[in-house]
Each structure stands twice: as structure tokens, then as C-alpha cells.
Design a binder for this molecule. Sequence first.
Ligand SMILES: Cc1cc2nc3c(=O)[nH]c(=O)nc-3n(C[C@H](O)[C@H](O)[C@H](O)COP(=O)(O)O)c2cc1C
Length: 197
Amino acid sequence: MEISPQENPIELFKKWMAEAYKTEPVDPDAMSLATVGKDGKPSVRMVLLKRVDENGFCFYTNLESRKGGELTNNPNVALCFHWKSQTRQVRVEGTAAQMPAPMVDAYFKSRHYLSRLGAWASQQSRPLSSRKELEDRVAEFEKKFEGGEVPRPPHWVGFCVTPQKIEFWQEGKGRLHDRFLFSRGDNDNWTLSRLNP
Ligand SMILES: Cc1cc2nc3c(=O)[nH]c(=O)nc-3n(C[C@H](O)[C@H](O)[C@H](O)COP(=O)(O)O)c2cc1C
């Protein structure tokens, strides 16, 4: 496999993503998101990539969740996509920043009614005594917003990761895989290097 040094890694990512959409049976847009806690220890979980463009790799979450707190304290993150059906992996390293509120509002409006209620009901990452407690909270917010719009909770936010490094990995025969690393320079140009598998 070859990649031209002139290739733009965001465009290449979009191409790989589009190919994954054709073959990946569930959630081709799922990515692992690694953050760092105040104690310097990493934590990782899956989130869904909701857009990728010049703003970076964007996802939505609860600002008061564990990841929300960690991102606020330390914006350094790593992302990883694995498309089994394509035998491909993409790794991204960069810094996360909150998306402008109007963008988050627009996406929140497009979400399913129950997902919008859930955004109010779930105190993401905090202890929950029972399933019933959560269901009661959903019912409470359903009543509160009855007959009207479900507004976006202030803690429901979007983050975009500005990439500094993007690595494309394609499985090769005999485990002689191809690895291409794009690194962003000071003037935003990308440098391509090939890595050993
Ligand atoms: C496939 C998949 C997609 C997910 N997408 C999201 C997402 O987009 N946003 C989110 O907040 N949590 C998402 N989750 C749940 C997270 O993995 C995680 O459980 C939750 O955000 C709490 O993480 P935290 O306690 O580290 O903050 C997803 C889980 C899976 C398995």
C-alpha cells in the first residue's frame, strides 16, 4: 500500500470512514477516546464520531461525566478507530476543545425525543441506586417538558479534537502491516512518515 505525501489526512480519513460505512455491520463511527485524569492515569471508553472536518473529530457527551471532567482539566486525548471488516485502524492524537453552543444546539434538536430526555435524566458517570431511579428521572423530565420542546441541558456538550498526529494502519500479509503517520507542523502542514509494523 502507498500513500502520497501530498495526501490530506482528514480527506483520507473520510475516504476510509466511507468505506467502513459500507462494510462495518454496527457503529462504524465508534471510536475509543482516551483521556488523562488529574493523577496522570489514562481512562478509555467508546464514543460516536458525529462529524469530522477542519474543526477536527467531534463527539457529544456530558460535561459532568468522568471524561468531561478529565477533558476540562487536560485537553490531551487519543482516539482509535478499528474497522474489523476493513482490517484497518486509525489512531489520532490531539487536543479537545468544546464546540460552539449553536452547533451543539442544532445537533441536540435533531436527536430522538427519548435521547433528549435521557440527556437530562442521566447524571452520567455518577452512582445510581437502581434502574428505577433512572426511569423515575426520565418520567420527571417528561412531565416537566410535557407538550413543549426539550431544551439542551447546559451540561450536554460537544468536543472536537484538533489532530496533531493521525496514523493509518492497514493489515498486510504475514503481519507485515502498512503504517503511515501524518504529523502536523507549526504552520499546519502535514509531514508523512512510514513506520515499521
Ligand atoms: C458504541 C458506543 C458508543 C458510545 N457513544 C457515546 C457517545 O457518543 N457519547 C457518550 O457520552 N457516551 C457514549 N458511549 C458510552 C461511553 O462509552 C461511556 O460509557 C460513557 O460516556 C461514560 O464514560 P465516562 O464515565 O468515562 O465519562 C458509547 C458507548 C458505546 C459502547
